[in-house]
Design a protein around this ligand. Structure first.
Ligand SMILES: O=C(O)CCC(=O)C(=O)O
Length: 323
């Protein structure tokens, strides 16, 4: 693990800087033990929980879309997901976050919202579950620009129950050099972090500062999104990322970055308060994965992520607050 990098810099130099995720495939039928581990670690890493053939079917659909979009190198089999080199790539994709890969993708929905995934959550949570309709999908191209910045999910989805769970699902094998997800050991138990950064909301703005309320209201009246300039002029409650530096975040907060070599069929689920990030993709293939959210059906949902056309972080989600 010592040669993992974040934006080109070594993530650590000592063995103590990194660790391996604890596996929980030994206790998937023991609810009490699952709950105990989740409370203690803030995550459950369950290799092989999902149906590998179903995951492969979803991968095939996503790779077809990336192939058609001109992101893959057509001198290699499509399913391998080999990326065009930086020099050959014409910038067809806008960035690593590509929710369109999840839209109208029945094979993906089967993996995420049916079968072993839902059965697992029903068992783990002890009742009927619901999930967000919105699915986050990422395609991390090789290079140093796409590593995920350290953050906790709560700042993006705290308007319903906080007893909410993220599933991070790789749609391909992810060797270490491909930059899979890593979580910051013990960060979910950091009370200072929880009550500061962890209690912010990226869609809240300061309504009592300058003319921000008027700017948001005008966009709403005109039924449009904020322009880049307008967005930049507003004082937001949170910018989302805890910092842009995974190396510095670990130094500040302590703990090790924990990760694993993931395989298709593996599931990593974690708490809203667990800090996570990813390292650089230093392979020659794209790393594709989704993140999806689950909760008990009886609890309130964050409406930004519900429905056929969810508000997401658009104008309908913005709310003023007195700062
Ligand atoms: O896949 C990644 O790099 C980031 C995923 C993430 O932020 C999440 O699952 O909440």
């Amino acid at each position: 693990m010592l040669d993992l990098t974040y934006r080109g810099e070594p993530l650590g130099r000592e063995q103590d800087d990194f660790g391996q995720l604890t596996r929980s495939d030994d206790c998937v039928t023991d609810r009490e033990e699952l709950r105990r581990r989740f409370e203690a670690e803030g995550y459950l890493y369950i290799p092989g929980l999902l149906d590998r053939d179903e995951v492969l079917a979803a991968r095939t659909e996503v790779m077809q879309r990336l192939w058609d979009a001109g992101i893959l190198d057509k001198r290699h089999p499509m399913i391998d997901g080999i990326a065009l080199s930086e020099a050959e790539y014409d910038g067809a994709a806008t960035g690593p976050f590509m929710p369109y890969l999840a839209k109208n993708n029945a094979a993906l929905e089967k993996v995420l919202y049916d079968g072993p995934m839902i059965r697992f959550y029903e068992f783990f949570l002890g009742g009927p579950v619901s999930h967000f309709d919105y699915t986050w999908f990422r395609c991390k191209r090789p290079g140093r620009g796409d590593a995920t910045t350290p953050h906790c999910d709560i700042v993006y989805m705290s308007r319903g129950t906080k007893d909410l769970y993220t599933s991070w699902t790789p749609f391909g094998d992810v060797p270490l050099e491909m930059g899979g997800l890593m979580v910051l050991e013990g960060s979910h138990r950091n009370q200072d972090l929880k009550s500061s950064y962890g209690s912010t909301d990226v869609d809240l703005y300061c309504s009592n500062v300058g003319d921000q309320d008027a700017v948001v209201q005008q966009a709403r009246d005109e039924d449009r999104e904020l322009t880049t300039e307008e967005r930049q002029s507003i004082q937001w409650n949170s910018t989302g990322a805890y910092s842009s530096d995974a190396i510095g975040a670990r130094r500040e907060l302590g703990g090790r970055w924990l990760t694993s070599e993931y395989e298709m069929g593996d599931l990593l689920l974690f708490s809203m308060y667990l800090m996570h990030a990813s390292s650089d993709n230093r392979s020659n293939a794209v790393r594709i994965s989704s993140d999806s959210r689950y909760q008990l059906a009886s609890q309130p949902q964050d409406e930004r992520w519900i429905g056929d056309d969810p508000p997401a972080h658009g104008i309908r989600a913005k709310r003023g607050m007195v700062c």
